[in-house]
Design a binder for this molecule. Structure first.
Ligand code: KG4
Ligand code: ZN
Length: 357
């Protein structure tokens, strides 16, 4: 073949993802093996369980992707693989398999930072140029950063406790939203978004704005989570609901939760935008905000951020939903961006290791 392509492997959390991308950026094959249902059953991700499932899925996932692309390993120019951040046990499976392939077929490895991949994949679909501001919101992370180049990110702020997706998931579980057949296959964030759209009186619940007085770009969600769980507990007492029943006001409480999380995200993003203009981090011509990560799938949150951006003269971008959540394409894409620039192409595999952070 006279063209080259890259293989991307993602195993940082609970999805085994793989994709093959051509050197012009076209996705030739992609596979996403989710562990979601297993973890929903367990009430959360158990690292050992996630590792066992990655171990079981990694080879078939890569093979399936090669078949879908009708490509053999000899056609691959390099293997991009997530080495940080993530669950160490999960990351290790992707790294080991990537190293195995790299040795067997004599290919270089391109190490990928999972969060950078979340931020950069938008460039596969939209004309977003450096530098840009990025808000990454997922089940494991919440951060604001300036993407200055493919491998140069300036962190402006991050969550000091949990991530918004994690809070959605915990609240949804505590609300027993899984018992509603319509929501039974959804992750917490999706279920809360759906329930919130049915609210009639979202202002019945008052929730705090976290870190209102702090003049930085950090986040905190635990106080909000505690407030929601306390309101839930009070309502359950009032209504004396059974173990698997929902409180009648559940939709309103979901809406209040969504609005409060959204308000906090907007408040901090506005601070980051102000900080960037004060410090000349983003020139007027580059006023771009990229939102990514699983929570970016939330349309209410995205609309609220769009309103903020309209006010501040920023353009806003987010990848299509399946590229917002964890996937192999973003890893392959980030590998390609490095390949084009000839950076981080590693042939001495001994130097490669995972980093949890
Ligand atoms: O990026 P992702 O797939 O995995 C991590 O790296 O965490 O994000 C998963 C998270 C879950 O916590 C899930 O509840 C949340 O993204 N999520 C949403 C929505 N869809 C997924 N949160 C709010 N609204 C949604 N529509
Ligand atoms: Zn992620």
């Amino acid at each position: 073949r006279n063209f080259s392509c890259l293989l991307g492997i993602e195993t940082s959390c609970d999805d085994t993802g793989c994709a093959i991308i051509s050197d012009s950026g076209e996705v030739l094959g992609e596979t996403l093996q989710s562990q979601n249902l297993m973890h929903l059953r367990n009430g959360g991700i158990i690292p050992d369980v996630a590792q066992d499932l990655h171990r079981k899925y990694i080879e078939p996932t890569v093979d399936k992707t090669l078949q879908a692309a009708n490509i053999s390993m000899s056609d691959i120019s390099a293997i991009a693989v997530t080495l940080q951040p993530g669950l160490p046990l999960s990351l290790a499976i992707g790294m080991k398999y990537a190293k195995h392939l790299a040795r067997k077929f004599n290919k270089p490895i391109i190490p990928i930072h999972h969060m950078e991949a979340h931020a950069l994949v938008v460039r596969k679909e939209y004309d977003v140029s450096f530098p840009f501001l990025t808000l990454l919101i997922s089940g494991g992370h919440c951060l604001l950063a300036v993407a200055q180049d493919v491998n140069k990110f300036l962190l402006l702020g991050e969550s000091m406790d949990s991530a918004p997706g994690e809070v959605f998931d915990k609240i949804a579980r505590r609300m027993k939203l899984r018992n509603v057949p319509e929501y039974s296959q959804m992750c917490g964030g999706q279920a809360i978004e759906m329930a919130a759209s049915k609210a009639t009186n979202p202002h019945m619940f008052k929730l705090p704005l976290p870190l209102a007085e702090y003049k930085d770009c950090n986040f905190s969600f635990n106080g909000l989570k505690t407030s929601v769980l306390y309101q839930l507990f009070k309502k359950e007492k009032v209504h004396n609901v059974d173990a698997d029943k929902l409180i009648p006001e559940v939709n309103d409480l979901c809406a209040a939760t969504l609005m409060a999380i959204s308000r906090h995200l907007i408040h901090r993003t506005q601070r980051a935008i102000e900080f960037c203009s004060k410090n000349d981090l983003i020139p007027d011509k580059k006023k771009q905000l990229v939102v990514s990560g699983g929570v970016a799938c939330n349309n209410y949150i995205f609309k609220s951020l769009t309103m903020l951006c309209n006010e501040l003269d920023y353009a806003i971008f987010r990848p299509t939903p399946k590229l917002c959540t964890d996937n192999g394409v973003m890893i392959a894409w980030n590998g390609l961006e490095k390949w084009w620039r000839n950076i981080d192409i590693v042939t001495d595999l001994k130097t490669l290791d995972i980093k949890a952070q």
